[in-house]
Design a protein around this ligand. Structure first.
Ligand SMILES: NC(=O)c1ccc[n+]([C@@H]2O[C@H](COP(=O)([O-])OP(=O)(O)OC[C@H]3O[C@@H](n4cnc5c(N)ncnc54)[C@H](O)[C@@H]3O)[C@@H](O)[C@H]2O)c1
Length: 249
């Protein structure tokens, strides 16, 4: 007898799901029966991702939203609740990656990175919390291996992603008694447009330093999120799952 999909009847919000890792996460959650709200500041990307899920027989809603803008976050959560009836899963995936030496790092780039990669996680969590508490939901934050180890020219990104892990643990302790699970994943280098523009020799050096000797596909990252978002993840509280080919152990 076929088993019940892990997320049948659930509503999941995935930020930054217009492409890359977020889109793969949205597709994986939809494949497990969730209705998925695709939030992205790229409205066309969100619409295309939602259309692809619907074409495959799933249910999806595209919502334009910049996670660093409080009013847009509130509106996106309200729209999702109005259209889908509630929120059971929040995946904070939206993020930007840029490189800069410390000397060249501008306050503008620092602030933009913190605003999207860290403040966006706080804003989305706070806005969705009443619904997540009402439905005893799950939050999965997409951090990075660079929350756990340093990398040159990435001080702003490492700081933001380490902040995401601190926020994850604090929320996990604060919210578990109210029925809300909060966890994180820390992907290693993954084949997305984020890696476009990185010099080939740099990519070769990173690949060589990975025990697994290759980058992840987006499809290899998504299952960890499905686990933490589903009932199979009920004993994870404040955990960080390393999906990194051994980058950090
Ligand atoms: N690709 C990697 O190697 C890698 C490794 C570790 C962690 N990550 C993290 O995974 C997440 C996804 O990365 P990716 O490689 O898929 O990136 P990507 O650039 O391919 O996709 C990011 C998506 O987020 C959206 N986005 C960006 N800023 C936004 C904002 N302010 N509001 C709403 N949407 C916004 C973009 O429009 C895009 O659709 C990020 O948090 C990134 O830091 C990526």
């Amino acid at each position: 007898m076929p088993s019940e999909p892990l997320l049948a009847g659930k509503v999941a919000v995935v930020t930054g799901a217009g492409k890359g890792i977020g889109r793969a996460i949205a597709e994986a959650l939809a494949a497990e029966g969730a209705e998925v709200a695709i939030l992205d500041r790229d409205r066309d990307g969100a619409a295309a991702a939602a259309a692809a899920i619907e074409a495959g027989g799933g249910r999806a809603l595209a919502v334009g939203c910049d996670v660093s803008e409080p009013a847009q976050v509130t509106a996106a959560v309200e729209r999702t609740v109005a259209d889908c009836g509630g929120i059971d899963v929040l995946v904070n995936n939206a993020g930007i990656t840029n490189t800069s030496t410390l000397e060249e790092l501008t306050l503008e780039l620092w602030s933009e990175t913190i605003a999207v990669d860290l403040t966006g996680v706080y804003l989305m969590t706070q806005a969705a919390l009443p619904e997540l508490e009402r439905r005893r939901g799950k939050i999965v934050n997409v951090a990075s291996q660079l929350a756990l180890r340093g990398a040159p020219k990435m001080s702003h990104y490492c700081a933001a992603k380490a902040g995401v892990l601190g926020f994850t643990r604090a929320c996990a302790v604060e919210l578990i008694g109210r029925g809300v699970h909060v966890n994180a994943i820390a992907p290693g280098p993954t084949e997305t447009e984020n890696l476009f523009g990185v010099p080939a020799e740099t990519l070769d050096a990173i690949r060589e330093e990975l025990p697994i000797k290759r980058f992840a596909t987006v499809e290899e990252i998504a299952p960890a999120v499905v686990l933490l978002a589903s009932g199979n993840g009920d004993y994870f509280v404040g955990a960080t799952l390393n999906v990194s080919g051994g980058h950090v152990m």
